[in-house]
Design a protein around this ligand. Structure first.
Ligand SMILES: [Zn+2]
Length: 119
């Protein structure tokens, strides 16, 4: 499953971003930016994350997914538009020489760590 690999990667990145002096912390919320064009199914990713994060500081964290629209730019006329499917030709000039300028993002934008319980 595609999403499971991504979930594992997200957990790795998020875990690595927790400062080492903060041991035994719990992550409350994790925000991801995912391009619509990355092919990631948000629900599926949330599910995989929940499974894969067991026994990590991210167990039980809420996953907030921000979808980034897919923007293409025509190399021929410079037109930019939002791509909603996999149809690839410029709506202005019908050129198929395109650059994807966004939509493939897949990144951890922030993690929120829960306040530690007062000992
Ligand atoms: Zn064009």
């Amino acid at each position: 499953m595609h999403e499971m690999g991504i979930a594992l990667q997200v957990i790795e990145v998020a875990t690595a971003s927790i400062p080492p002096e903060l041991k035994d912390v719990k992550v409350e919320r994790i925000r991801l930016r995912i391009g619509k064009f990355s092919g990631v199914v948000a629900d599926s990713l949330s599910f995989c994350f929940a499974v894969a994060s067991r026994e990590t500081p991210l167990e039980g964290a809420e996953v907030v997914i921000e979808e980034i629209p897919s923007i293409a730019r025509c190399r021929n006329c410079g037109n930019q538009w939002e791509v909603d499917k996999t149809a690839f030709s410029c709506p202005e000039c019908s050129s198929t020489a395109l650059d994807m300028i966004s939509g493939r993002e897949l990144e951890v934008s922030s993690i929120e760590i829960a306040e530690p319980d007062p000992a």
